[in-house]
Design a protein around this ligand. Sequence first.
Ligand SMILES: [Zn+2]
Length: 573
Amino acid sequence: MRARVARAGGRAARVAVLWLAVAAPLEAQRTGPTNTGRADRVFVNGRVFTGDPGKPLVEALAVRGNTLLDVGSSSAIRRLAGKGTDVVDLRGRFVAPGFIDAHAHLVGGGLSLEELRLDDAPDLAAVSQRIAAWAKAHPEASWVTGEGWSYAAFPDGLPIRAQLDALVPDRPAYLSSYDGHTGWANSAALRLAELTRETKDPPGGTIVRDARGEPTGVLKETSAQELVERLVPKRLPHEIERALRRGIEQAAAWGLTGVQQAGISEDDLAGLARALEATPRLRVYAALHMERNPTPEALTRQDALRRRYASPRLRIGAVKGFLDGVVEARTAAMFEPYPGGGSGLPRFTQDELDRAVAAYDKAGWQVMLHAIGDRAIDMALTAFERAARANGTSGRRHRVEHIEVPRTADLARFKALGVVASTQAMFPYPNANHLTAYVPALGPERARRALAFKAIDDAGAVQAFGSDWPVFTAEVVRGIAVAVTRTTVEGTPAGGWEPAQRLSVEAALRHFTRDAAFAEHAEQERGVLAKGRLADLVVLSQDLLRLAPERIKDTKVLLTVLGGQDSYRAREF
Ligand SMILES: [Zn+2]
């Protein structure tokens, strides 16, 4: 998430092998001499956006095993069908390469499908109503927990514990903000945590206090949130696995064939592997948590995990670290102060970061760094630059995650250094929170260069789109709609927020397919519909390329195909 820090397991030793040497063969090809030239399945009479610049639009696809046998005209593809070939008549439907989400959190996303969610609750009344309803429906829960509240829902931009005490007087309650960077506890939770006016702020965190010095119940950033979060009963492994299975099914229903998991613990990784075995409807590329000080022992341990999880459904190739916080909480690290003071503190010194990144780079890892403020983004790029120089490496495709407020001059460094720009299509969603908390926290000059997707493209960077689910929904058509219109579903503000940064539909599609595949070293197998690539594709209810932009959001996923097999099929298809 934009938030939610990495609890990494440290230790373990040595390393060596380069990423490419351990990269899993993506899928064994099931072609054989018994079916020469014949397709198992053909899709005809469609409008197929291939993502292949040489052949951008075709009508039909032929599949054998898990692979595309060919793409082309309906008549040519029909000739590849034989007895027993499954012929799917697309009746003019739009087809795209299977969507790939370059930054999501499947555990949190899966859990969000069953938890108390406060997303889109516009004000205190709506927030209160949802909390009260959930508490009433779950009398057995020893804690009331949930997440998703936005700063704009509260008159002062932050909640207070009295508001939560009124709703949950009888047991501890703890609710995370939608970006995960701020927690809201009631008095019972503070008592349990023995958190009083005497408690000092932990390093990097803030216990918000009222005029009399009493904690208000708001805890900013991980170290402060942990004071209460550590007391919340942990999910049991089978609960995590169940949530993951739901999350995988939901992802397939949104047209996703691939998800890049932005940081995962070792325990959750085992659960994810089991969930993908039971629900084989998604390909996952996972990042482990980046160690602050990657000792040889830690690197060896992480390398062992990289080798253990190397299947067509689950690969590990990256580590993810956090350089800063978020804009709304004024914890994103900036060169210039926020209005009202403070400029956010990076979580590493440049030296510490350089050392950690160089160690991973040398050991063949891709490094993903959460960096939102301009100062953090500069630090990330500098660390990547120095690591490549020190180690004499290239092609690692290190990534900056989020890149919300880059200095314009830093955009050219992405292409020059071969660093992937990993952005989230829904982040410029201009709802009340965005307009009344996010934009004012930046101030006008920075707001103009924030979430500048078009400028990133124009600078020649590879831009991979993700969702940061559950921070925002991972429903890809909604992400495409926001990237193209920069408006809410209601169409506001008219013309879009910072409309110069709107993208074309083709660009948004590319970022969710080919570029996202590139971001996980998989563009030779996926992200484009072409002969020899994996048969991962999605069929949509509307033709995105011929649609008025304001109607994109109404598009339904009709069919998702993973390696030639249906991973989701809508009832109406
Ligand atoms: Zn994230």
